[in-house]
Design a protein around this ligand. Sequence first.
Ligand SMILES: Cc1ncc(COP(=O)(O)O)c(C=O)c1O
Length: 398
Amino acid sequence: MKSAPHLELAKQYLYGNYRPAPVVFVRGEGCSLYDEGGKRYLDLCAGVAVSTLGHAHPELTKAIAEQAARVIHVSNYFYNAPNIELAEALVRHTGLARAFFCNSGAEANEAMLKLARRYHYARGDKMRQRMIAFHNAFHGRTMGALTLTGTPKYREGFGQCGPTTHVAYGDLDQVRAAMGADVAGIVVEPVQGEGGVLPAPEGFLVGLRKLADEHGALLLVDEVQTGMGRLGKMFGFQGQIEPDAIALAKGLAGGVPIGAMVTNARVADALPPGTHGSTFGGNPLACSAALAVLRTIENEKLCDAVRARGQLLTSLLKDAAKALPNACEGSRGVGLLQGLILREGLLARDWLGKILDRGVLLTAAGERVLRFTPPLIVSDGELREGVRTVVEVLKEIS
Ligand SMILES: Cc1ncc(COP(=O)(O)O)c(C=O)c1O
């Protein structure tokens, strides 16, 4: 096997916090990835909802190469043009007011957490520090983001987290009961991704907006997984509410590390100079990549494409679940964030390797969901190929 030397080195030198499959990828094109031996894989996970335009998209590649040849980094002591242009583009697309840039989803959520506390602090309300978040929520791995993450296994062993009350996702009565004069903000995903591909019930975000307003708290929407067209519109909150801030990362720059917090005008002054920052945040390379991704989503009408491909994926997964009554309980999701739910007692993680052996890349969400988050450029044929492979593998269970 051509990858064997690299895999040996990986065993020796890489920190052991991941459990990667024994495949070393060296090249990609569209929705295909190729390993060191030249074997082709169909990428229906897109690096966990990151490779928005697939691999080696000419627009993104060109933007990165041209920007790298001009200037990669200048720091936030100075302005850079792609940073300013990306802030303008995100404000235009979200209808919000201002953008702050960082490098990951966890950092974008950290920024929202600090924003919420500092907003109230600046208004003389220093006791408002508690957050409301949801069971099964995932907001990242830094200590602040862990505070919000609603799956105990991610917090285990890391000691005390900041004050957060976790309640059932979708249950407005539980949120109402948890509200109080000490609540700084509510943090919510429009669809819980890592938690198991759980879409918010109808009216949930609107109800949260009302409750936040009634209690003087902020409403913060984590669009790290749902943003950038994945649900068939640019952002998941759109057409429902105006959030006080959103967190973006993952697909924003199509694979170049970036994170962003976009806020409305009300909270735009809550983090004055000196209160927050990031060395790499907003660097010209990442911002040029994000501008190319946004431009391509618009020019290639990828939100329309996601809605069409999403409908096909919904029906393919429904048929798959029906065809596999012993293995599958059903399917759920929105746009190109969907999952096939396995029956109680089966672990999604256990099947990823077998699916990979047949040349298809997926990820697990929650314990029992095989998650599909393909690049937004995926074709009908590629979705059919992927679901057909999954069905063949899961037939083993029957
Ligand atoms: C909704 C959501 N928020 C935050 C994060 C954390 O992002 P990152 O891994 O870039 O820190 C993730 C990652 O899966 C996510 O799905």
